[in-house]
Design a protein around this ligand. Structure first.
Ligand code: GRF
Length: 193
């Protein structure tokens, strides 16, 4: 079976990236992780990826124009042979140019049931609205923030007494189940297209 090569972009903790890497170790997994890149050189997830002997890339962003920075990330992804990109807690907005270069080949995980609560503070917004269910979504990345086609979702209940932190932890657990499954489906459709 041909495995699709994935580049994962992170900015911090990297728990979703870890879930993707761990799932990729199964023989039947249709993707492999070619590179983990971060815009934050001190991202804890980057240190973990290095320990796993995964190719990594980072460079400081301060004072660097976005096109220059994105050209460097693009070059690192291509050098590693990445065919698809998985955003996993990557906090910088990608430019329209970058999205266009990788059109249809970038996915993201978002901690809400899209189209609800695009952007930040998703858990507090769900609590403030009194929603009985929250959840997470994996979607295609387009020029519109958190606006591309939804590929999969998991719903989780909002429990009485939840604060944003408690809800975030329950949603995060669902993210770790959702992302490997949806990325596998996405990779399979890519390699068999
Ligand atoms: C996750 O909740 C993800 O949905 C959001 O940012 C968080 C990243 O967490 N985009 P981690 O770095 O994957 O642990």
């Amino acid at each position: 079976m041909r495995k699709a090569k994935i580049g994962i972009l992170i900015s911090g903790r990297g728990s979703n990236m870890m879930a993707l890497v761990e799932a990729s170790r199964a023989e039947e997994c249709p993707y492999e992780v070619a590179i983990v890149a971060s815009d934050k050189p001190d991202a804890p997830g980057l240190a973990w990826a290095r320990q796993q002997n995964i190719v990594t890339f980072t460079m400081p962003t301060k004072g660097i124009a976005k096109p220059v920075y994105e050209a460097a990330i693009d070059a690192a992804l291509r050098e590693a042979g990445a065919e698809l990109i998985a955003l996993a807690g990557y906090m910088r907005l990608l430019s329209n140019d970058f999205v266009a270069r990788w059109r249809g080949r970038i996915v993201n995980i978002h901690p809400s049931l899209l189209p609800k609560y695009k952007g930040l503070d998703t858990h507090q917004r769900a609590l403030d609205a009194g929603d009985p269910v929250a959840g997470c979504s994996v979607h295609i990345v387009t020029e519109e923030l958190d606006g591309g086609k939804v590929l999969g979702q998991i719903q989780v209940p909002v429990e009485p007494g939840d604060d944003a932190e408690a809800l975030a932890a329950r949603v995060l657990d669902a993210e770790h189940r959702l992302y490997p499954r949806v990325l596998a489906e996405f990779a399979r459709s890519w390699t068999t297209a």
